[in-house]
Design a protein around this ligand. Structure first.
Ligand SMILES: [Zn+2]
Length: 429
């Protein structure tokens, strides 16, 4: 199958592209990039007025499969990814059974190959059962195709265990990704500790509960020489810690979410909307501003969603009883275009770095460039289309998007994943 993508504004800082061009896709790869291309028999798609970029990758997604398919599964959540403009996701290991052995990794990969609407790059647990007590089967998982290690959903509670994970696992060359949460400080914390916890009468989840583990793991990365990545970083001090680690030449990277940039603890009102209960919690306006500053100045490497589907009945409970997490993969691109690109805070090229180039680099995946010979993983979006999050439902099995009802400008229209059209005219195929 061949596709001739005509007249889009192509942005790819890796290939030095920022202008109108045609892209010819043949089979699974890009065959040609240039002006006035033609190809006998190719399906021509007119992309005038749209942008074409290397396929977006969300390196922090919960697919809930195996074990929690009532929340979401590999078919539904990869369809949500395609709808949001993504060609690949890194799946988190807090499944049931936990993704801590090669067998579970093999299941995720084979299921994704069978029913997935995008590439799935599985992350494996650092410790068995995410319990922080014994090493997972790292070598077995690497052989099965895992791209990174993380105990996401939980912090590894002791420095000694984290050091053993890094010391042993660094021989595989994979990145160690930390959900930073000191349980002795956070305990049953529900919302950011301070004004919000006092105002809402809920237990506080202090910024220090996150920052202590960020600082600890930066120190352990320096001690062991392992590659270290901070997941869903949410505080101003955390950003400063990563900024300093990078200035010191350490192999430290970090990711942030749209909800920690564009929502704050002030958005949680006495309506106690459980969609806004996330982990780490929505922080202060000062924290959100510092996170955005990190996105602008290069401290932040990637924008991810921490897409976390839950069943309606789970989120319909009291705030203290509802599970943490919101979905976001269908809104992420629109949120970034609306709040960061169209405001001039970042350029399209910087957005491509944050959402396509750097996630692949951190996960050790092959780069995707808009040039001949590269894999045909491509995202096309219309920067002018106005839409409202959730107004026409979700591809995700879940409805717990914290941005529901928000008006955005810019949305994915076409996605090619390995040369296969997974989104056409805004509809998942
Ligand atoms: Zn997490």
């Amino acid at each position: 199958m061949a596709f001739l993508l005509k007249g889009a504004h192509v942005v790819d800082p890796q290939a030095g592209l920022d202008g109108i061009a045609d892209v010819l896709v043949e089979g699974t790869t890009i065959a040609q990039v240039g002006e006035n291309l033609s190809c006998e028999g190719a399906e021509v798609i007119d992309l005038a007025g749209m942008y074409l970029v290397p396929g977006l990758v969300d390196m922090h997604v919960h697919l809930r499969d195996p074990g929690y398919e009532y929340k979401g599964d590999i078919a539904t959540e990869t369809r949500a990814a395609a709808k949001g403009g993504f060609t690949g996701v890194c799946s988190m290991p807090n499944t049931n059974p936990v993704t801590d052995s090669g067998a579970v990794v093999a299941y995720v990969k084979s299921r994704a190959a069978e029913v997935g609407a995008c590439h799935v790059y599985p992350a494996g647990a650092m410790t068995k059962g995410l319990r922080g007590e014994a090493l997972s089967d790292m070598g077995d998982m690497v052989a099965a195709g895992v791209v990174a290690f993380t105990d996401d959903g939980r912090g590894v509670q002791t420095a000694g265990m984290m050091r053993r994970c890094m010391d042993y696992g660094k021989m595989f060359g994979k990145v160690f990704m930390s959900h930073c949460q000191d349980e002795s400080l956070v305990d049953k914390g529900q919302v950011n500790e301070g004004v919000a916890s006092t105002r809402l009468g809920l237990l506080g989840w202090p910024a220090a509960g996150e920052e202590l583990q960020i600082q600890r793991d930066i120190a352990l990365a320096e001690l062991t020489g392992a590659k270290f990545h901070v997941q869903h970083l949410s505080t101003a001090r955390g950003i400063e810690m990563v900024r300093r680690a990078k200035a010191n030449g350490l192999a430290v990277t970090c990711e942030v979410t749209p909800h920690h940039m564009f929502l704050t603890e002030d958005d949680i009102t006495d309506a106690y909307d459980t969609r806004l209960k996330v982990n780490p919690p929505l922080r202060t306006a000062e924290d959100a501003a510092a996170v955005i500053e990190g996105v602008k100045d290069g401290t932040v490497d990637a924008i991810v969603t921490d897409h976390a589907p839950h069943a309606d009945w789970e989120k319909a409970r009291e705030f203290e009883l509802a599970p943490f997490g919101m979905t976001g993969i269908e809104a992420s691109l629109g949120l970034v275009l609306t709040n960061l690109v169209s405001t001039g805070a970042i350029s399209y090229a910087r957005m491509v770095e944050l959402m396509a180039v750097n996630p692949r680099r951190i996960l050790g995946l092959d780069p995707v460039r808009v040039e001949a010979g590269s894999a045909a993983d491509l995202t096309v979006f219309d920067p002018e289309v106005s839409w409202t999050v959730g107004a026409d439902g979700y591809e995700s099995k879940a409805n717990n998007c914290g941005f529901a009802g928000v008006a955005l400008k810019g949305r994915a229209t076409y996605v090619l994943c390995g040369g296969r059209l997974t989104l056409a005219d805004g509809k998942v195929r």
